[in-house]
Design a protein around this ligand. Structure first.
Ligand SMILES: [Zn+2]
Length: 611
C-alpha cells in the first residue's frame, strides 16, 4: 500500500512503513558489530603510531603504512556512518549522539596519531620514491597520492615558518566568527507589516519564503528593503570584517610564495587561474539569455517596475503533488540514456532500501547522499511530494551513482572525489530527469513549471555564482594592489556587476548594492562557489553529447561520462574532466550554459505565448 505524508503533520518514525526507511544493516548488523568495528579502529590507530620512523627504510615499510591507512580509512567510514546515519533518523536520541561524538573523538586521536606521516614521507627525496615505484607496482598504485602530496609541499615553509603560520591561523578566523555573530547571534531580525495588516518577523527563511510566494509586489518590496536595510545600517562594520578576510587570504598567499590569492586557492587541486578568469569573462559575454528571461518575467508578471525582489516569484502557479511511489520508476526511466547497467544500479538503490524517504519527528532536515565505503551510498531525504523534492531525489541519486561506480572501480585511496567534480553527476542526473519530465508533460502549465525550474537552477547555480566569484576576485585583487577596502568600494563593485549581468532589465534599487554583506560564503569560504559554476558548465557540455541526434556521438559521450564517475578521485579534477571530454580552459565549455539557457527560455516563451 502506498504511504503518503500528510502536509503539516510530523509522524513518529515508527509510523513510517519500513520500506520507505533505509536499511543500515548493510553497514553494521547492529550496535554489537559497530562496537567491534570501533574497537578495531581504536587498536589500528594506536598501532599506526609504531610505524613512525620506518618510512625511509624502504618501499616495503611505505606500502605497509599506506595499507594501514587504507584499513583505518575504510573502517572509519563504517564506524562513522553507522552512528551518524542512525543519529540523523532522530536527532533527539542522546545515546546515539554520544556514540557519534565518541567517533569524532577517535577521529581526532587518529589525526594526531598519523600527524607524523606526511612530513616523514616528504623528507624522502621524491626521486627516491619514484625509483621505488618503478620497481614495485604495489607502491605505484599510490603514485597520484604521493605526487599530489609533493605538489602541495611546493608551498610549505620550513618548520619555523609553519609554526609562525599556525600561530597566525587562530586570528585568521576572527573576521568570519565576528561576521557570524553579527549576522545571527546579534542580529535583530527586522519586522514588516504586510498589505493585509499581518506583521511578519523576517528570519532569512521567512524572507525567502515571502519572496517566493507573496504575489503582492509591495509586500515583497517591503520585506526586501527591511531585510537589506539591516545590512546597509552596518555596512561599514561588514566592510571592515570583509577586509579582514581579504587581508588574511593575501597574507597567507604571500607567506607561502603565491603570486595571488586566487593562485593560492587553486593550487591544491592543480587548477590554473585562467579557468576562473575564463569562466567569468565568457559568462559576462553570455548574459543575453539571462536578460531575455527577466524581460519575459517582467512582461508575464505584468509589472511596471522589476527588481531583485521580483525574480523568485513563479510565473505559473501550480500545486501538483508527486507521490513517491509514482516518481521512483520515473527516476529509473529517466536514466535510460546512461545504459542498462546504470539503470540497474538505480533500481537496486530503490529496492535495496538505500533511501530514507519521508520526514519524521526528530529527523535531520534537508537531503544528502552519504558515501559509505564498504557498504553502498545511502540517501537521506525529507520527501514532501513537491517539484523541488523530485529533483532533489534525482540530484542525490546522481551523487550516489558517482559514489557507487567510484567505489566499485577504485582502490580505497582514490574512492573519494573532490567538490570540483562532485556536482557534475548530481546536476547531470537532474538534467536527464528534466528531459524525461518535459517529454511526458501533458499540459502547457506542466511544461512551463518544469522549464522555469530548470531556468531558475541555471540562473541561481550558474550566473549568480559566477557573479559572486567575480566579486570575490575583484575584491581580493584590490587588496593585492594595496587599494583601500571600504563599504563604498565594495558596494560600487557589486553595483557594477549587477549592471554588467542584468543590464537594464532591473530597475534602480539602491539597497541591492549592499548584497555582498549578506552572502555568508564571502566570509566563510572564499573562492569556493565558482566550483558550482564549473560543474554546471561541465554538465551542460556533457548534455550536448547526451542529447545529440547522432548515435555514435551519444554512445561516446555516455562512455566518457561513466568513465568520469568510475575515476573517483584518482587524478586532478581538470585531468579527470578532460578524459571525459570536458576542457574547462576552453571558452566553448562555459558557453554551453548560455546556449542551454537560450533554448530553455525560448521554449518557455513559446509555451507562455501559446496560452
Ligand atoms: Zn549536490
Amino acid at each position: 500500500m502506498t504511504y503518503r505524508p500528510e502536509p503539516g503533520q510530523l509522524p513518529n518514525r515508527s509510523e513510517v512503513p519500513v520500506r520507505y526507511t533505509w536499511d543500515l544493516g548493510d553497514i553494521c548488523r547492529g550496535w554489537d558489530e559497530w562496537t567491534a568495528g570501533y574497537r578495531e579502529l581504536d587498536a589500528a590507530v594506536a598501532a599506526f603510531k609504531a610505524r613512525q620512523g620506518t618510512l625511509a627504510t624502504g618501499p616495503g615499510a611505505l606500502i605497509e603504512a599506506f595499507r594501514a591507512m587504507d584499513h583505518m580509512g575504510a573502517l572509519s567510514y563504517r564506524v562513522w556512518y553507522y552512528a551518524s546515519l542512525r543519529y540523523d533518523e532522530d536527532q533527539r536520541n542522546n545515546e546515539i549522539n554520544a556514540r557519534r561524538q565518541q567517533v569524532q573523538i577517535l577521529f581526532a586521536r587518529q589525526q594526531q596519531a598519523g600527524a607524523w606521516f606526511n612530513p616523514e614521507l616528504l623528507a624522502i627525496p621524491l626521486e627516491t620514491i619514484r625509483g621505488w615505484m618503478a620497481t614495485l607496482p604495489d607502491l605505484a598504485l599510490y603514485r597520484f597520492a604521493i605526487e599530489s602530496l609533493f605538489h602541495e609541499q611546493e608551498h610549505v615553509l620550513d618548520e619555523r615558518g609553519e609554526r609562525l603560520l599556525s600561530y597566525a591561523s587562530r586570528s585568521g578566523s576572527v573576521s568570519h566568527d565576528s561576521y557570524a555573530a553579527l549576522t545571527t547571534a546579534d542580529m535583530k531580525p527586522p519586522a514588516v507589516t504586510l498589505g493585509d495588516g499581518e506583521r511578519v518577523t523576517l528570519s532569512y527563511g521567512q524572507y525567502r519564503a515571502l519572496l517566493e510566494t507573496n504575489r503582492n509586489q509591495a509586500d515583497r518590496a517591503a520585506a526586501y528593503r527591511a531585510f537589506h536595510q539591516v545590512y546597509a545600517d552596518n555596512r561599514n562594520t561588514y566592510a571592515a570584517l570583509y577586509n579582514g578576510v581579504l587581508q588574511r587570504d593575501w597574507f597567507h598567499a604571500r607567506a607561502r610564495g603565491y603570486d595571488s590569492t586566487l593562485q593560492a586557492a587553486l593550487h591544491g587541486n592543480n587548477i590554473p587561474t585562467s579557468v576562473v578568469e575564463t569562466l567569468i569573462r565568457v559568462t559576462k559575454e553570455g548574459v543575453e539569455p539571462l536578460r531575455r528571461y527577466h524581460r519575459l518575467r517582467r512582461r508575464v508578471l505584468g509589472l511596471d517596475a522589476y527588481r531583485l525582489f521580483d525574480v523568485f516569484i513563479p510565473l505559473v502557479w501550480h500545486d501538483a503533488r508527486y507521490a513517491y511511489d509514482d516518481v521512483a520508476p520515473w527516476i529509473v526511466d529517466a536514466v535510460a540514456p546512461l545504459g542498462p547497467d546504470y539503470q540497474q544500479h538505480v533500481r537496486e538503490a530503490f529496492a535495496g532500501r538505500w533511501i530514507d524517504v519521508f520526514e519524521n519527528d526528530g529527523k535531520r532536515s534537508g537531503a544528502y547522499s552519504a558515501p559509505v565505503y564498504g557498504a553502498h551510498p545511502y540517501m537521506l531525504l525529507n520527501y514532501n511530494e513537491t517539484l523541488d523534492a523530485i529533483f532533489t531525489l534525482a540530484h542525490e541519486m546522481g551523487h550516489s551513482m558517482h559514489t557507487l561506480l567510484a567505489h566499485q572501480t577504485q582502490p580505497f585511496v582514490y574512492a573519494g572525489y573532490t567538490i570540483f567534480v562532485a556536482e557534475v553527476p548530481s546536476t547531470l542526473s537532474e538534467a536527464l530527469f528534466l528531459d524525461f519530465m518535459l517529454e511526458r508533460a501533458q499540459t502547457r502549465d506542466q511544461r512551463a513549471v518544469l522549464l522555469q525550474h530548470a531556468i531558475d537552477s541555471i540562473t541561481s547555480t550558474f550566473y549568480t555564482q559566477v557573479m559572486f566569484a567575480d566579486f570575490e576576485l575583484q575584491a581580493h585583487r584590490l587588496v593585492e594592489q594595496d587599494q583601500p577596502i571600504t563599504a563604498e568600494v565594495l558596494s560600487g563593485i557589486y553595483d557594477t556587476l549587477l549592471r554588467e549581468y542584468y543590464g537594464d532589465v532591473l530597475d534602480e534599487e539602491p539597497l541591492s548594492s549592499v548584497t555582498w554583506a549578506r552572502i555568508p560564503h564571502f566570509f566563510s569560504t572564499p573562492y569556493y562557489v565558482y566550483q558550482y559554476a564549473t560543474c554546471f558548465a561541465s554538465t551542460a557540455r556533457l548534455m550536448q553529447d547526451l542529447r545529440s541526434s547522432d548515435g555514435p556521438t551519444r554512445t561516446a559521450g555516455v562512455g566518457r561520462y561513466l568513465s568520469l564517475l568510475r575515476a573517483g578521485g584518482s587524478g586532478y579534477p581538470m585531468d579527470l574532466l578532460r578524459t571525459a571530454g570536458i576542457d574547462l580552459s576552453q571558452a566553448d565549455t562555459v558557453r554551453a550554459v548560455a546556449s542551454e539557457l537560450d533554448v530553455l527560455v525560448s521554449r518557455l516563451e513559446a509555451e507562455l505565448n501559446g496560452a
